[in-house]
Structure formats: C-alpha cells, structure tokens
Design a protein around this ligand. Sequence first.
Ligand SMILES: C[C@H](NC(=O)[C@@H](N)CCCCN)C(=O)O
Length: 466
Amino acid sequence: MTEKIQHALSESKTARWIALILISSTMFFAYFFVDVLAPLQELLEKSPTFWKPEVFGMIGGGEFVLNVVAGMLIISGIILDKMGIRFTLITAGLTMVLGASLKYYALTEGFTQTALASFLGSFISGIPASAKLAMAGFAIFGVGVEMAGITVSKTIVKWFKGKEMAMAMGLEMAVARLGVFAVFQLSPVFAEMGGPSKSVLMGLIFLCIGFMTFFIYTFMDRKLDKQLGEAAQLEPEDEFHLSDLGKIFTNPGFLTIAGLCVLFYSAIFPFQKFATNMLSSKLDISLKEASAYFSYFPIGAGLLTPFIGWFLDKKGKGASVMLYGAMLLVVSHLIFALVPAESFNTAIALITIVILGVAFSLVPASMWPSVPKIVEARYLGSAYGCIFWIQNIGLMLVPMLIGWSLSASNPGVSEQIAAGVEGAKYNYMVPELIFAGFGVLAIGLSIVLRVVDRKKGYGLELPNKK
Ligand SMILES: C[C@H](NC(=O)[C@@H](N)CCCCN)C(=O)O
C-alpha cells in the first residue's frame, strides 16, 4: 500500500500542478460568467430588455436562490461524497452550461417571439419575460458553479494534502479572481460588438472550454484512483452516511468557521456590487473611472493569496491569519464609512482598497485549507457544501439589506437620480458601518476559533506541509 502511494500520480509535482491548472481554468471561466452582466447594468436598462435596477439586482441574487432555498448546496455536497469527484465535476460542468445557455437564450431576439416569452410576460408585469428566464438560468448556473467550487476544493485536498495545499488553493482562487478582472475588462467590449447577449454568448463559449478542462481532468483523477487501488477505496465504515450531516452541524470548529465565513464574505462580495458607485460618489468621479480603480481589487487580492498560502503551508498560523484578516476588514470599511468626503481622496481610496485586498487574501487563504483539519475526509465534500450553503444565505440577503439601508439613509436621493438632478449622490456611511459590523463579529468569531482550536487540537496553527 505504501509503495502504491509512493508511486501515485499525486506524488509527481508536475502531475499535481497539471491537475491544478486544469481545474482552476474551469473556475476562471466560471467566475467570468458569474459577473458577465455586472458591467452592463446601464445597457440592460435600455431597449430591448428594459431591466430596471431592482430587476438587475434580483438577477444577481438569483445565483444563490436554488442553493439556499432548495438546499442544493447541501445536496451537492452529499452527491460529491457519495458519487465522487469525477461524477460531480461533470455534473457541475453540465449544470453551468445548461444554466448559462438559458440565460443567453433569454437575451436573444428569437426568445421574444416565442410562446414562452408571452407566457412569462403575462404575470408580474414589473419583471420582463427576459429577466424571468435569465434569472431561472442564472439560478441553475449558480447550482453548477457552487457545486464546482466545493468539488475543486475537495480535489485540491486529494492531490495536495500534506504538501502545498494552501498554496494550491490560493493559486486556484487567484485564477478565479483573474476571471473577475477579465470579465470587467472584456464584457463591455463584447457588448459593443453585439449587445449584452454577445457578452453572455462569449461567456457561454468560455464555459464550454471550462467544461472540457474539467473533462480532461477526470482522466487524471481516474488514473490516480487506479494507481492507489484499494488505498483509495474506502472501507464500508468509512463511507459517507446522511447522519454525518448531524456530525457536521454539531462540530464546534465547523460552526465557528462557517459563521466566520458568512460574516467575512458578506462584507466582501456584496460590497463588490456597490463599490463602484460608492467610490464614484465619494471621490466625485465617473463610474468608469471608479470601476477601473476597483477592478484591481480582485486581481490584487488574487495575486497575494498564493503567497499567503505558501506561508501557511510552511509556517502555519492559519487561525491567527483569519483574525488579522478580519481586523483589516474592519479597518478598511471604517475608513470608507467615517473619513468625510471632503478629506477622502484617490490616495486614501487606493490605500483602503489595498488594505481590503490584503484582508481578502488572508482569510480565504487560511479558511479553506482549515476545513480538512476539522472534519473527516469521508464527509469533506458535505462540509464544504454546508459552509458554502451558510455563506450563500448571507450573499443572497446582504445585498438586499445594503440596498435597503442605502435608500433609508438617503431619503429622496434615488428620486433625484432618476430625475437626472445634477450632483445627486448617495452617502454610503450606513452601509459601510454595516459591513464594518460584520467584520467586528468576524473578529469575535476568529478569537473563538483560536480557543476552540486549542481545546479540540485541530492543528489550525500548524503548517500544512509535513
Ligand atoms: C473559494 C471561495 N468561493 C466561494 O466562497 C463561493 N461559495 C462564492 C463565490 C461567489 C462568486 N460570486 C472564494 O472565491 O474565495
């Protein structure tokens, strides 16, 4: 058995990194598709789609609906543990392509002529038929992309456990964040060639390439399992059972990390949706300029993440790194909230974005490689699924909370903006204080995590590399 493991494909550095490149490429295309409409809000408000900002926001949240409400993320985790990595990667890839195709079809001219369009337009008239179908497609895509996310995490653990695990996870996230950067640069260019549907079509084509890289990876996965032979086969008592969900939800380490995850990411991903407008209001610059400043946030954070991962593999200190990340999160949101617009300038904005970017590298780099240390391998997929599920609840609800708080703390401003009043803009102090509040709670949970780690001996402060 030991000999088999010694000769396994995963012991070859080249093979491990090729496996990582293949699965990370899919995540690049997947994250590209997630935000493909984000830079096109203004275009979509016009003919032929006529999507109002609320409709646009609702479609953004649609990504998480099936995962949260129908519990699809928990089901995805169970599928992963029961059916294995290859089956789940293919299912996730096909689900993403199916959902993306529906979203594309919703934006085509052909769809407007169909009976389905007439039917979808016959109820809730405030939401156009195209938006309803696009939201359904995005919800299906959302199931696929989150299923892909948990499967990729489990795959990295399979190849890199005891080796460069955190660095590999950091690199995968870096590649995914490059996808976000790429879409902010390219989607407007594609839209200039043929409207939003062209951008979505390009995103769909990219996803098909991503499906191919997942597919190619499955051959490596099969080979690795074959080489490991019975070493890879679980004993009957090692198989996943539904009752393991109970073990996950009563594990104090899991509960603390899941709480930390929802609080931290609620102050990052929903913030990304409002950041351009916030910077443009506070710095009194155009949306285009503000968006250009902010596009460096995901790429900067992404580039730093593998280095933090490398440090965690060598030196450990994962739980402490999560605490420092939460602290930086609070500092940056407090600067955005409390520095008055008169004193806020480009330099302060950039420094604050850098601080937030560092937080966005520290926490993900240390959080995801910590999960295999707190749960057993046989239900690792379900544990990732459950954490993502809890996180998705926040990602679905927080944008609504922020939108509501923005309107409530700026009475009459949206009407002025709609009426084209010169100089009308939002003050983001209250939403920013809410984001900072999530950070304060995350600091509290990071401290709890260090205590739980010491008590239970998870080894979160130990290096990953043996
Ligand atoms: C690895 C981690 N991914 C997630 O947290 C996903 N559940 C959410 C992705 C949302 C994309 N709009 C990450 O990217 O840090």
